[in-house]
Each structure stands twice: as structure tokens, then as C-alpha cells.
Design a protein around this ligand. Structure first.
Ligand SMILES: [Zn+2]
Length: 569
């Protein structure tokens, strides 16, 4: 020991040390501060406030600041009015921040939900404050109150004595009865965005003489999910991790924080995603296991995979996208390369699987097992052809029966009919040379014999009405656009493929619609069938002007409905 330690100062956790004592210390809540300032300045202070927002966003802190603002008497004890700038040193200010002011009562509705608890308050409301200007009741998680308790409270809220103020806080504003809400001034405390939070943490780190990388601050801010309090506790943890503050600690790196938070290395998450998308299930699972062994939290891995999917999708639509992977980093480049290989349809499906998986992992008794199951599902899904391909295969395969004038329910063209059946897909495969004549039963069978995009194939699809077909004999009615050589070409093809004699005759009338017409009709029928689905019916009825733009047969989503623009007639 070269130097004696600095005079011992009890270490106070950052969240306490930097708990805002007045409104100026509240970060990210400018709107609230402005509205309250105006109200105080004009002397029109509400009887009841409702603070809402996610956990850790500063509701209780704000409630206490409001209580102080109402009751501050100033350093000299002479202030007669509430102030938006409570002094923080007078007796009311100090006792309120220490939760020991007799006139400021805090109650957690989560543990005291009954009418008896509220009755206590209602009784107390009648008496003037003991010492303070106002009696202030702070009720946290107010949505937890029973119906009876709310009703009891309502009477007081309707005619509150002038010396009483209520400050309610809730994470679930929708569970608060409207009758109560309508008697409160409501403030929505917003989630602090991570850039703002990181900047705030940077100023604190400087004050605390803590050396910390920018990347580490960003990770902490992201993990805190908009909660200033959580971000401060995490920063505390990080400081403890490297051995204290005050300059003697070592630099807090992004890597330190990542380990501390159980976050996986992003490059390795990208590895996993790439392997799974390539169908490499066992490699992906091995990687997951090694991340897990290194301390990564399965839930965090799921979140990172989701972020990865989001990033890749954004890169596809906007190549300069920034975000999860730092621009210019090797990972960002690799991600961009991977994005180029994957379709938006595949990425969208990955997103859905992962999002569902996130909740499964969160609720699982063994998160790592749930995580593995999700990854396996993801890898299998990656091997399926995208939805649009499946529909195209269906239509190309011609497995859809020609509808009769759109009448009837067209049950086989129902939007939920399984499509990716082997039979349908196999029908596309060209018949082997020397196929027996008897296997040619439909025009589609013959089309399947032709080279893709060959002239004969295109003509058979577009320009032929089939009148009759039996082994060795086919009767067709060509459209006016068909080339004159068509019958001859068809005969040559059939004879060469089957090795048997074929007669092709031309009819002047009759015959089935062309294959292209059939596809079109089938598509119309599918739309009509889709429109009959109760769910779709309901959507179409509810949104006048909505129309079915596509009917897709997929595993998860069936029907796309386009909504009219607001100003469209
Ligand atoms: Zn004061």
C-alpha cells in the first residue's frame, strides 16, 4: 500500500445518490415539468394527479417531488405558496424525501387493496394537516384497488377538501376506472430512450470519476429499457465488477458489461443465425451451448436473435441501416452479406418464430431447452420455400380445379386448403421420357412434358382450349393467337415423348377454358372463397373500401387485406 486510502466516505448507491430531488433532475420528462410549472405558476393545481408509465420510469420519485413542491417552505421557512422548485433543505422537503412526513402518506395499493385501507384514508382526509400545507396521499399501483375501494375513493375525489391532494401512480392505466381518471390530471411518464439514457450515464460517470467505454454505456442503457433507476443500478454493478470508483478502478469495457449482463457476443449470435438459416441445426445448437456455458442468458440470446432479424430486414429495405450492428464493423458487413442471401419473406417468418419463442423462453422452467426448441423450429422453417413460391407452385401445377362461373363454395379452393402437398409439387416435375401414353390425362400433364418457357409450353398454356383427350388422340381448339404450326408441333412432341402414334385434331368450337384462364378463375374463386371466411367477412364489413389483394396458403397467415387510405373515397 503506497498511499493511505482517501477519508472513508460511505458509498451510496448511485440510484439513491442521484435520485432527483426536484423537477430539473427528472430526465426525459420535459412535458410533465412544463405542464406542472404552468399549473403552479397560475395557482391552478389539480386535486389529484395520475402518473402512469412503465416500471422504473420515475413515478414514485415524481410523486415525492410533487409532494415536496406542494409543501416546501423554503430554507428560511417563510414560503407561503407551493413552488415548482422545492428547496430540498427545509424540514418538509427533507422529511418527505425520507418518507417520514406525517402529512404525506405513501401507500402501495398492491398490498392494500381493500375498502378498509381506503376507508382509513377517507377518514383521515377530513382532518387538517398536522404541520404541512397539504395532506398528500401517494397511492402506488392504484389499479390494484378493489372495485369497492375505488368507489369509496371516488366520493372523496368528487369533493376533496382544499387541504388534500392525491398523487396516484400506475403501470396499468387501463385498469383504472374512467370515473377516477376523469378526476385526475394525468401525466404519462415516457420511457427514456437509450441514447438519452446513455448520455445521462456518461455525465454521471464523469462526476463519479469512473472510466467507462461508450459502448459499455450503450449496453447498460439498452438493458435498462428506459428506466433511469435500472440504468443506475446496472452502472453500480459494473463499477463493483471492476473494483470500485474514484479513479482507482480499471476501465469498464463493453465486454465487461456484456458478461455482467449475460449478453452474448453479437458476432456469435450472428453466427448462430447464419447457421440456422442455412439449415445447420446441430452447428447452431453447439454454438448456443457454448454461449450458454459462457454465461449468456437464453432470453438475452433470443432478444439478440430478434434484433439480428430486425437489423437484417432493415438492411434489405435500407442498405445504410444502422442499429444492432455498428456501422462499419466487420459484423455489420457480414450481416449485410447475409441479408442479401435471405428474402424478406424468410426474415419475416424468422421474426414471427423468434417473437413467439421469446415468450416461450421467458415462461419456460428451463429457458435453455425452450431456446433450443425455438432454434430448431427456426432452422426447419428456413428450409421451407417462401409462401409466394408455394402459391406459384400450386398454380403452375394446375392442381386447382376450374370453377364453374364462380358459383358454389369452391371448397377445394378454400384459403385453408393445404397446398404444399407432395402430390401438387410432384405434378410439376416433367414426366420422364418414354412416359406411357396412359399417364397423360390432362392438358397439364402434357404441359409438364415441355421445357419451361418453351414456345410450345407457352402456347399450350395460353392458346389452347382442350376439347377431348384420350390415349393417342387429342382434340383442341386453338385461340386465334395460336401459331398455325401448333397442332403439328404438339403431335411431334407427344409422339417423341411417348413413343406412340398420336392424332391431333382441331375443333372449331367448345373446349375447356385455357390453362391461364383457369388459373385466373381459380384465383378469383379463391378470393371469393376467402371473402366468405367469417373473419375476412368481418374485416371487410368493418372497413368499407378494404379489399382482398392476395390469398395465400401458408402455415401461419392466410389472407392479406388492403386497407383504404384515410382520405380515399
Ligand atoms: Zn423545501
Amino acid at each position: 500500500m503506497a498511499k493511505p486510502p482517501a477519508p472513508a466516505q460511505p458509498y451510496r448507491v448511485l440510484a439513491r445518490k442521484y435520485r432527483p430531488s426536484d423537477f430539473t433532475g427528472l430526465i426525459g420528462q420535459e412535458a410533465l415539468v412544463r405542464t406542472l410549472s404552468n399549473a403552479f405558476a397560475t395557482g391552478r393545481i389539480a386535486h389529484a394527479f395520475m402518473l402512469t408509465g412503465v416500471r422504473g420510469v420515475g413515478k414514485t420519485t415524481t410523486a415525492r417531488i410533487i409532494a415536496r413542491a406542494l409543501n416546501c417552505i423554503g430554507p428560511d421557512g417563510k414560503r407561503k405558496e407551493p413552488t415548482i422548485h422545492p428547496c430540498g433543505v427545509c424540514e418538509p422537503c427533507v422529511s418527505i424525501s425520507e418518507s417520514r412526513n406525517v402529512d404525506v402518506q405513501e401507500m402501495d395499493a398492491a398490498s392494500r387493496t381493500g375498502i378498509d385501507d381506503i376507508r382509513e384514508i377517507i377518514e383521515g382526509v377530513r382532518y387538517a394537516p398536522v404541520a404541512a400545507r397539504y395532506k398528500v396521499y401517494i397511492i402506488d399501483e392504484v389499479h390494484m384497488l378493489s372495485k369497492q375501494a375505488f368507489n369509496g375513493l371516488l366520493k372523496t375525489l368528487e369533493e376533496p377538501p382544499p387541504h388534500v391532494k392525491f398523487v396516484f401512480a400506475t403501470t396499468e392505466i387501463r385498469k383504472v376506472p374512467v370515473t377516477v381518471l376523469s378526476r385526475c390530471q394525468r401525466f404519462d411518464l415516457r420511457r427514456i430512450d437509450s441514447a438519452e439514457l446513455a448520455a445521462y450515464l456518461a455525465t454521471l460517470a464523469e462526476k463519479e470519476k469512473v472510466k467507462i467505454e461508450e459502448g459499455a454505456l450503450a449496453l447498460i442503457a439498452r438493458a435498462a429499457e428506459g428506466s433511469a433507476r435500472d440504468s443506475l443500478s446496472l452502472l453500480d454493478q459494473a463499477i463493483a465488477h471492476v473494483g470500485g470508483s474514484g479513479g482507482e478502478g480499471e476501465m469498464i469495457t463493453a465486454e465487461t458489461v456484456r458478461q455482467m449482463l449475460g449478453l452474448a457476443d453479437r458476432g456469435r449470435v450472428l453466427d448462430i443465425f447464419e447457421k440456422l438459416m442455412g439449415g445447420g441445426i446441430s452447428e447452431g445448437l453447439t454454438d448456443l451451448q457454448s454461449l450458454y456455458d459462457a454465461g449468456a442468458d437464453p432470453l438475452a440470446v433470443m432478444q439478440d436473435l430478434l434484433e439480428t432479424t430486425h437489423f437484417l430486414t432493415r438492411v434489405k429495405v435500407a442498405p445504410a441501416a444502422q442499429g444492432f450492428f455498428d456501422g462499419g464493423s466487420g459484423e455489420a458487413k457480414r450481416a449485410a452479406e447475409l441479408a442479401a442471401k435471405l428474402s424478406v419473406a424468410v426474415l419475416t417468418r424468422a421474426w414471427q418464430i423468434l417473437l413467439k419463442g421469446l415468450f416461450e423462453v421467458r415462461d419456460a422452467t428451463r429457458p435453455i431447452s425452450a431456446c433450443e426448441m425455438v432454434l430448431i423450429r427456426l432452422a426447419y422453417a428456413a428450409e421451407l420455400p417462401p409462401t409466394d413460391r408455394l402459391v406459384k407452385d400450386l398454380l403452375d401445377g394446375g392442381a386447382v380445379p376450374a370453377p364453374r362461373g364462380g358459383g358454389g363454395p369452391a371448397s377445394s379452393a378454400s384459403p385453408r386448403a393445404p397446398v404444399a402437398s407432395g402430390a401438387t409439387l410432384q405434378a410439376r416435375a416433367p414426366l420422364p421420357q418414354g412416359a406411357p401414353t396412359a399417364s397423360l390425362r390432362t392438358l397439364e400433364d402434357i404441359v409438364a412434358l415441355c421445357e419451361p418457357r418453351s414456345e410450345l409450353r407457352v402456347n399450350l398454356e395460353h392458346n389452347v382450349h382442350l376439347v377431348h383427350l384420350e390415349p393417342g388422340r387429342i382434340e383442341i381448339r386453338p385461340t386465334p393467337r395460336a401459331p398455325r404450326t401448333l397442332a403439328n408441333d404438339l403431335q411431334t412432341k407427344l409422339t417423341s415423348v411417348t413413343g406412340e402414334r398420336w392424332t391431333v385434331s382441331i375443333a372449331s368450337q367448345g373446349g375447356a377454358p385455357t390453362l391461364v384462364e383457369q388459373k385466373q378463375a381459380a384465383k378469383t374463386a379463391r378470393h371469393e372463397a376467402a371473402a366468405q371466411e367469417p373473419m375476412v367477412r368481418a374485416v371487410l364489413d368493418r372497413f368499407p373500401g378494404a379489399e382482398i389483394v392476395a390469398v395465400r396458403d401458408t402455415v401461419s397467415e392466410d389472407i392479406a387485406v388492403s386497407m383504404p387510405d384515410k382520405d380515399e373515397e
